[in-house]
Design a protein around this ligand. Sequence first.
Ligand SMILES: [Zn+2]
Length: 547
Amino acid sequence: MNDMTGVSFLPLGGTGEIGMNLNLYRQGETWLAVDCGIGFSGNDTPEAEIILPDPVFIAERRDRLAGLVVTHAHEDHLGAIAHLWPQLGCPVYVTPFAAAVLRRKLGEAGLLQQVPIHVIAPGSAFTVGPFDLRFVSVTHSVPESQSLVLRTPQGIIVHTGDWKIDPDPQVGPPTDLETFAELGREGVLAMVCDSTNVRTEGPSASEADVRREMTRLIASLEGRIAVTCFASNVARVETLAMAAKAAGRRVAVVGRSLRNLEVAARECGYLSDVPHFLSEQDANSIPDNQILLIVTGSQGEPRSALSRIAADTHPNIALGEGDTVIYSSRMIPGNEQAVIQVQDSLTRRGVHVITDKDHLVHVSGHATGGDVRKLYDLVRPRFLIPVHGEWRHLTANAAIAQELNIEPVLLEDGDILDIRADGVEIGDTAPTGRLVLDGGRILPMNGGVLSARRRMLFNGMVLGSFAVDEEGYLIGDPKVSAPGLLDADDPETQRVTEEFGNALDEIPDELRENDATFREAAKTALRRALGRKLQKRPLVDVHLLRV
Ligand SMILES: [Zn+2]
């Protein structure tokens, strides 16, 4: 194989339980990144809210990274750019709507002037270095979602991104099945396809069905109505605005992400038939029967508007007896407990809670098994690489391909798949990992800081402090505190402190001269003083003050 015509695909995030998408394609010596998203942590990683894919493999090759193409404006596809771009340093290719969302994030990160952004019209062709690319419009739960077609020396590769089939999506064009059929006639070598919802049989439900049901439902309700949905789902926000209008209600948005998304959407020409939304302050001057609130917090996020309303700690909005909250969203796995807690608090205040189990108030933005079958029939790729889902979703997607005589190729993050006109093969493996956004810093998930945090979280921490003179002899009494483990007035704290003092006295003179060796010896003394009574292995540290 001539290396200049060699082609590879490498997923670096997106084939696990936390879906954060970072995909790489290689053509010859050059790499192309597709999407760069964050993941939200579930119950397994309580110390981390936001998780990023470790880009070390491509960061080491950044001089050969031609660009980053973004398929759509969801957090799990573009949310990591503002954090990881300094390690990538490449131009970014996005549709106008994704550009509006991205620019705000880059602005907040102080990177707006540095990142070269190329705005590409939906459905159009473009090149990035040696890559011959084309966007194909698909329907998803955010405007301007795109599949990416790569014309490579080995053949055509179709990267679907997130998609579904909806003949009547309300906002934006339906999935461009005609172009997919044309590609199929031309011959597609490999397809990399979204697996999220393939285990649902039959075709997707349509946003038009949600709009009909929502219009009927909202017209039938009295009192205040609050609806929570994803801010980026512009079609849904429009659905809510239309339903409100039909019921003679004005719309107010509550929550920063909704306000930001409204700005981005209107900037790009969306929501043009919908009057500007009121602010939450304005909402209070309107009678209950004439207002519809769109609020953030569908996933039970503790600081979100809906969580605060449920706890009655929101500065502007209150709901109670006779009011209704509609969840126009799905529960992302891992968030169930948080969501149910909010719903419980709302119910306790007398609020009527409606979810997609009660009425058709939500449809998924991801392709069902039926949708996938239809697309595979049109495109007929030779190889199918399922991505974006947990293993059971990937294997279900692979099974559908197999039924249609398409050869599935299951990859894990880090597998480098060499794609040739005559076959595919997993060659090398790239390093993968997870990073955590901790306050303003990016830390490795399994690095020292977070390992210590986890240990503190489950075993508490013990800190011993003591002062010594120049020769290293104790001045006064040592102090021991054990936040998260022992209360200050616990007799056990007293015992540990006394034993720590005794153990310090026994440290040999030669270890007292140097601060580092003294500290290590003191840590051992503290561990010994703790003993086994607590049956815990807390993080142990000492502060030595030489005066
Ligand atoms: Zn998406």
